[in-house]
Design a protein around this ligand. Sequence first.
Ligand SMILES: [Zn+2]
Length: 502
Amino acid sequence: MRNENFLKELHAFMQSKGFVYGPFPEIYGGIAGFYAYGPLGKLLKNKVENSVRSLFFKNGFRELECPTVLPDIVWEASGHLKTFSDKTVECSKCKSIFRSDKLIEEFTNRETAGLKNSELLKEIKKIKCPNCQSNFKEEIKDYSLMMKTEVAGKAFSLRPETATVTYLPFKRLNEYFRKLPFAVFQIGKAYRNEISPRQHLLRCREFTQAEAQLFIDPKEKNNWEKYEIVKKEKLPLYTGNHQEKNLKLEKISLEDAIKHKHIKTKAYAWCLFLAYNQFISMGIPKDKIRIRQHLEQERAFYADDAWDIEIKLSSFGFVEVCGVHDRTDYDLKKHSEFSKQDLVATREDGTKFIPHILEIAFGTDRPSFALMDLFYEKKEEKEGKSMFKVPYHMAPIDVAVFPLMKKDKLPEFAEKIKILLENEFVVDYDESGSIGKRYLRAAESGTPYCITIDYESLEKNDITIRDRDTEKQIRIKVSELKEFIRKLLNNEIRFEKAGKLI
Ligand SMILES: [Zn+2]
């Protein structure tokens, strides 16, 4: 459920500290579903994207970048032109259009997955238009989410996902990798014509996706070596039967999930674990994550198995942040048909087959929002200051440098320290106001370490460094500083162990 007060406060924090601006463009009134990342927000999102890249690379994926604008035949083949739409209702008085499922979830707290039109209407009758408090028209309409454009007089659409676009160069990829299985991902923009989006970065009309695709021989789905390495790992899965409503959340090993047929194949289990790990690596706390299997009726038309990773946010409750899908041979079959090209692979024995695709689909806006939502803390009234207690390795700025005073050669010394650190870390420099105020500003930005240059620094060539969360300080030699910060950010040493506390 939506926590309006918290959301207002968080939004104000994001705007004033330079995390997220919008709806964009603000000076022209702003259009719902469009946001800009300010300096700190962009640094945070970069950390999220670097974390995604690094984990995929470590697991043998390669990155691609494909166009965002494609001819409509692609979307006809993928099924998007026909089926990628939302069910909407219109206010009988002010004519505003809303997604029927979101209205119901927000105002009646009822799950809408798989509801038929007649069932949706029954719920809609209980709700008044949020804009003018009138009743809705008793009609559900399909509203296409595809954003249209035109190239050289022909109909094109902006991609609503990166996945489909990753399948198009299959023949080239097959040539490059030489054999199956292979895995690739894209991080890039996608566009959806969302209807009156009101969920900040969680539902944008232009957003960044990060989607990984594993191309695999269907015969190999249960012969997956990498599964053996992770099979003892436990995931927070909803088990039981959705229909009978006897679901329970339990930490269950991948091995047991396969044994009890919660998960169908070993390759899929590995993908689910990798997806979960993406969010752990970004610093999302384990106790905020759950993994839920799609009901048969909510599963996309192409999916054989589908689980969602959900994060519990302070602003919106549980939100979906990732879907892991077994798309079978659906996509390559369709694109073979429409392009009249053979999108097949060949086994060692010479037999030909259409590869299956396992997909890890998520974006980088939702986890960025989640980090701000989960780690933003309002401080006591009297101090009037907030904190951004993001995990240190995800902080937008790594270290801030302060000269104690704006005189007596202290700024010059501080400037030298800044230059020394800048080629390895993101560094902030602040010389205005009291040291206490500067510490508070750095804490609001989430900066884990602050360095102060005082008069002793000039004599002894050392500085004090302060830890954000413990507020402890130690003195350290300038010559050891870079190595020290590197080790701290990589979690290789404990702050308190590195020197004498002062
Ligand atoms: Zn209305």
